[in-house]
Write a protein that binds this ligand. Sequence first.
Ligand code: C2E
Ligand code: CA
Ligand code: CA
Ligand code: CA
Length: 271
Amino acid sequence: MQRFHHAMADEHQRRRELTRDLQSAVGTGQFELFYQPIISLWRSELSGFEALIRWRHPQRGLVSPVQFIPLAEESRLILPLGEWILRRACGQAVEWKFEQRGLSMSVNVSALQFEQRDFVQSVQMALERSGLPGHCLTLELTESMVLRDIGLAGRHIRQLKESGVRFALDDFGAGYSSLSVLQSLPLDHLKMDRSFLQACRRPDSKRPRLVLETLVSMAQRLGLTVIAEGVETAEQGELLRHFGCDSAQGYFFGRPQPADEASSWMFTAAG
Ligand code: C2E
Ligand code: CA
Ligand code: CA
Ligand code: CA
């Protein structure tokens, strides 16, 4: 019991320190975006990148977004950080000539950011300042986020769609999915959580495979493009192609990598 209390106190202390360090990290160049390729399965070509944030902590080294994004939300630091992420990702997409190449940059949006009254304006501002056309930007939202206020979510999505921005429902199938979001929101892409592929690996994977195949066809009938996350082997890629899945993302195709590596990867991939 005592050990448990110590562990709790340590965890509390660690979170406090990280939050304090986050405050000073915003605006000091400790953040960096990594980019992971998204591959169109039927053409076997690049369709875009997902921007994933990294924090190079001066003492702790690379800190995972899984650790610091929740702290950044609690402290509201996600607001300035989120704007930086949007600007940086849009700027990179312009530099990499996404419009000419027909590529899209996917950016993760946090709940607090998405709920802001000026969210739509801040995205439009990032587009205007960078010169990126809206159709080259995809915003990734999660189900729990949009369910907090489905009316507001619908308004924000519709307003930004007028500028051509696309929307993906992230981590679909992780935890409880209600499908109600699919009924009511005009989304473009469904990102299947990697737990689906993991389940398909188990010895008795008949049912998981059936679930995956059915979800792919359901999503497509709703006019959504399906992106599978967490593809780690050629076999998984084949399975997805067999199921008619549109796109895929995962270590098998490419890991999240710093901008310079992603750019040389893109140029070699383009031949
Ligand atoms: P996510 O949006 O679901 O991002 C996908 C995560 O899966 C990334 O972890 C990525 O590195 C990892 N991944 C990609 N391919 C594979 C694979 O084949 N196998 C496995 N096991 N993992 C794979 P990462 O970069 O650590 O990000 C974790 C989460 O942090 C993200 O999950 C997202 O929710 C959040 N996040 C990351 N960047 C941002 C950001 O810029 N803004 C916000 N608001 N959240 C972010
Ligand atoms: Ca994502
Ligand atoms: Ca995801
Ligand atoms: Ca996630």
